[in-house]
Design a protein around this ligand. Structure first.
Ligand code: ATP
Length: 244
């Protein structure tokens, strides 16, 4: 089975800064990988390159066996994305948004898929409501439904629960975990919430100054480094990066 994502020697250099510096990692089908790191570490730059919206200075990106640079559209048909800052167009209803994105991704059995997602993300009462009228938490649920419309082999989530209340966030984490467990895809997840990362991620990659400085199981890494929990480990690494 192809890897959901394979990144090799990825680099993005600007004039005065190397935002991402020779990063290599993979995400397996069914796996949730947390991409962590302090502000400015290079997480969004990495995700933007994987999404094909930012051109790497060096390196390769493969999504579900397809090279993002040489087979961009094919690779991107197998991925999808949601971020706290990327809202669905506000002048379209929930149904219209899901329908348009479903067409863009050529999702099979679109009407049934939309019904399934509307039910899964508890959006029935908002089906014909314009997205611009929804609360930020409701918009996040629409964004996640949109992100799953094509059952992507690679699901990229940039702080997916940042605008959700703790109860909704827990429900949403479970839905994303279920998506991975059903083997529908692998997930790359950024978050600043260490409790959430411990709860949901199988593996974490810790970025600092554009490099991966630590990788492992979020539930065992803290003890391996003499720390009480992931938050303590995060703070220690963010302040004094470990050499990889
Ligand atoms: P945060 O957690 O704050 O969202 P991040 O880990 O996502 O941070 P990036 O947005 O990837 O960090 O930025 C990595 C570094 O690259 C930062 O120092 C940023 O200032 C720099 N950077 C990003 N885009 C550009 C650009 N277009 N030109 C120059 N530097 C840039």
């Amino acid at each position: 089975m192809d890897l959901a994502l394979e990144v090799k020697g990825l680099k993005k250099a600007y004039k005065s800064i190397t935002a991402v510096d020779s990063v290599s990692f993979d995400v397996r089908p069914g796996e949730i990988v947390g991409l962590l790191g302090p502000n400015g570490a290079g997480k969004t730059t990495t995700i933007s390159m994987i999404l094909g919206v930012l051109e790497p200075s060096e390196g390769s990106i493969n999504i579900n066996g397809r090279d993002v640079i040489s087979h961009r559209s094919e690779a991107l048909m197998h991925t999808n994305f949601n971020a706290v800052y990327s809202h669905a167009p506000g002048n379209l209803t929930v149904f219209q948004n899901l329908y348009i994105f479903g067409l863009l991704y050529n999702a099979p059995n679109l009407s049934e898929r939309i019904d399934e997602l509307i039910k899964e993300f508890d959006l029935e009462i908002f089906r014909d409501t314009k997205c611009g009228a929804l609360s930020s938490g409701e918009q996040t649920r629409v964004g996640l439904a949109k992100a799953m419309i094509n059952k992507p082999a690679l699901l990229l989530l940039d702080e997916p629960t940042a605008s959700l209340d703790p109860s909704t966030a827990q429900i949403i984490r479970k839905k994303i975990r279920d998506y991975a467990d059903r083997g529908e895809g692998g997930v790359l997840w950024t978050s600043h919430n260490m409790h959430e990362v411990e709860d949901v991620c199988d593996r974490i990659l810790f970025l600092s100054h554009g490099k991966i400085v630590l990788e492992g199981n979020p539930r065992t890494l803290p003890q391996e480094h003499g720390k009480k929990n992931l938050e303590e480990l995060f703070i220690a690494i963010a302040r004094e990066p470990i050499d990889s």
